[in-house]
Write a protein that binds this ligand. Sequence first.
Ligand code: NAD
Length: 506
Amino acid sequence: MTAVDVRHYPMRIGGRDVETGRVRAIIDPSDESTVATVAMGGAEHIDDAVGAAKAAFEAGVWARKTPSERAAVMRRIAAAANDVIEELVELEMSANGATVRQATGFHVGYALAHFTYFADLIETYNWKRPAPIVTFPTLAQSVVHREPIGVVGAIAPWNFPLLLTLWKVGPALAAGNSVVVKPDEHTPLSILAFARIAEENGLPPGVLNVVPGEGREAGARLASHPDVGKIAFTGSTEIGREIMRLASGTVKNITLELGGKGPSIVLDDADLDLAVDGVLYGCFVYSGQVCESGTRAIVPHAIYDEFVERLLERAATIRIGATRDWDTDMGPVINAKQKARILDYIEGARSDGATVALGGRTVEGHGFDKGFWIEPTIITGVRNDMRIAQEEVFGPVLCVIAYDGDDEAVAIANDSQYGLAASVWSGDNERALAVSERVQAGSVWINDAHQINAQVPFGGYKQSGIGRELGPDALDEYTEAKTIHLDLSGGRERKPFDILLSHADD
Ligand code: NAD
């Protein structure tokens, strides 16, 4: 792994480094060391960034390039970022505590691949969509043009800082918009580095601006700024509600990707070796800090004891430790506050009568004296009405819930305010498909978990969000639809409701 220069990161506004006089230390969650300092912006810096983005948009330096020209620049950016992927991985993991394996493949690998997907999509996207010719009330044709919205605000969480930001920046740039990113205050490094790479590889100044800052100040200003046409947000459901409120003042277009409490439904015909490993993978990747994690294992009574026994056996082999070690399976959680919150949830589950069958404590011993460590935790005897099964813990905590019959499995899966993702484990694809069709979730994996495919939409039912990211539809979400109606009648045909109908023969 390349040693990375992590000195000080100014914000990027209008293609320039900007200092603010306010500095935040970026902390490695695995050892609490300071890995960088960052200039922190407030409302006035958001105003400057939105001003720069608006000026760039109005000047047409990006928006008026042809789709092919934009595609070529975006591909060049992706290739240049790929050339320094190890640095981006280091920046990402040093701030958010992902293991090197997860950061390389999931966090940064997916991010660059998905950005490239949007670069390629530009060339095949239907920018102009002719509708069939009509003859009533007159001979005419309508064509729907997809046009950029203007200035897009992107607010991202700390868990997949680069990936979830590029899910917004990719389609926004592809469509010709200018963007202001407000990264999470813990994790601004990788997107700051990406913005610089983008500008060095042909993105005009002002088209991509990055303002690290506190949510309630910089984030709130971006979400309510009158010159921002769209807000794309990923984060908690609680803040998502606040974003809707803030964006409502100027009736902004919004996309929200929010929380989850994913069910992993194990059917009684599942291959248990596959299901046990899959359920653990579904929950414990990146210490359970994934919105679409399968944090509720829903297991038939008939195989419950055997399943739990195998689950505990396999979970005990999860290697927790140094994030830069390629053999490590699980790293720390993001910060002390989140660690305390997770431990509180585990205690709450105990008080509610569930059993902490594995883990449940801070990791002790050599290498764990600093950082924010929690053991992989499995809680059995959980009822779905317990707080541990209803609320998003966002940590390495798996609940195991028993059921009888497919109907009850589906009912438990759907008994949640969330509906982001689910998995179904079965030896019978037909049966698994039938169950999948009844689950209220934006993504359902059969015999898999965490499979993110850039070509298909990702997003949530119910309080897991509004709109979809990824797939061709994502580009629609960053465009306005303008319908141009062209009269083909060659004259002024009188319509039955024409105000001048009575004068038609004059
Ligand atoms: P969070 O909601 O606390 O913060 C998300 C972002 O919003 C941060 O940049 C934060 O600074 C900003 N913010 C906070 N208060 C704000 C305000 N008043 N106005 C404007 N911006 C504000 O979430 P988090 O703790 O960073 O991330 C974890 C949450 O994100 C979890 O609930 C998780 O499920 C969710 N998440 C969802 C997805 C998805 O795709 N659905 C993906 C990853 C994470």
